[in-house]
Design a protein around this ligand. Sequence first.
Ligand SMILES: Cc1cc2nc3c(=O)[nH]c(=O)nc-3n(C[C@H](O)[C@H](O)[C@H](O)COP(=O)(O)O)c2cc1C
Length: 329
Amino acid sequence: MMSPPRKATPPAFSAREFRASLGMFATGVTIVTARTAAGERVGLTANSFNSVSLDPPLVLWSLARAAGSMLAFSTGSHYAINILAADQKDLAERFAARDTDRWAGVDYIEGVAGSPLLAGAAASFECFNRSRYEEGDHVIFVGEVERCSHRSDASPLLFHGGRFYTEHPLQADASAPQAPDPRFVGGYLGYLLGQASHSVYRDFGNAVAAQGLTHIAWRVLALLHDARAAAGEAGDGAVAVGQLARDVLAKQPTVTKLVQRMADEGLLVLRADPQDQRRTLVAASEAGLRAARILVAEARAQEQALLAHWSASEVDTLKRMLQRLTTGG
Ligand SMILES: Cc1cc2nc3c(=O)[nH]c(=O)nc-3n(C[C@H](O)[C@H](O)[C@H](O)COP(=O)(O)O)c2cc1C
């Protein structure tokens, strides 16, 4: 057998190439925490985590030699590795930043030797500081896991190429592993969407009525509110009646009558299209915009309350899927 060469050939690639190639390895994100000998909390964001051995249970991560927390980690008896959930991106950024109070407002409980276990983490490993290997500009830490736990409903935060990803590609599958509902009513998409729509709109109907509007009038105002915002300084965001009818899913004669009535009430401004005098353009008046802004704020607040316990990526996935259903994509 040939003996391995005693020395590596010096790199023929740039540091940039090395980093970019490493960036192709997608990882989760952890915050490794511990206590200094004086009892102060330390913690940093690290994605160098990996599993080593099942029996005994060993994991590893590596710490830059220059890291401020090196003394605490290399001399302490224990540390905790917190695997971050998708909605903890802010914590990941904060625990990688310098000159900031990383612990301000952070919710945690104390693990072995006081190492902080972060609330809301997807999983945690409480490790005995078993061994350390100095290699290059980092020290590899091997930890022996004394305790571990995970949240089965959590979706992990992902990282690669210098960016965080909060939407897990398998999230939709992972959140729906149960067998399909055998009842027609309980499982039919139309029924589910109808019930969901009822939950979303239940209280909002009162807010619309309080502005003296019907539901369809609110939809017209909401569309014109967005059109006005999109037009910016360039104009009043006027939309042709035909287009409005398509967007609110109503027949054109119905919408023609409705916009006339809303114009009489001072909510809309109508004018002939200069390109085609037979077409009527509709824009929200200042009074119409005021009513729309009140309702938009109310709708957002109610949506937030309804989805308070959903993660940002769950909300994003739900909306994307509904948009896909709407466009038939
Ligand atoms: C996603 C991500 C992963 C990181 N992984 C590591 C790592 O594995 N090891 C490390 O030493 N630093 C890593 N860092 C950088 C540290 O979090 C950063 O340098 C931190 O300021 C070190 O803190 P300290 O100096 O208080 O120890 C990572 C940063 C980010 C954003």
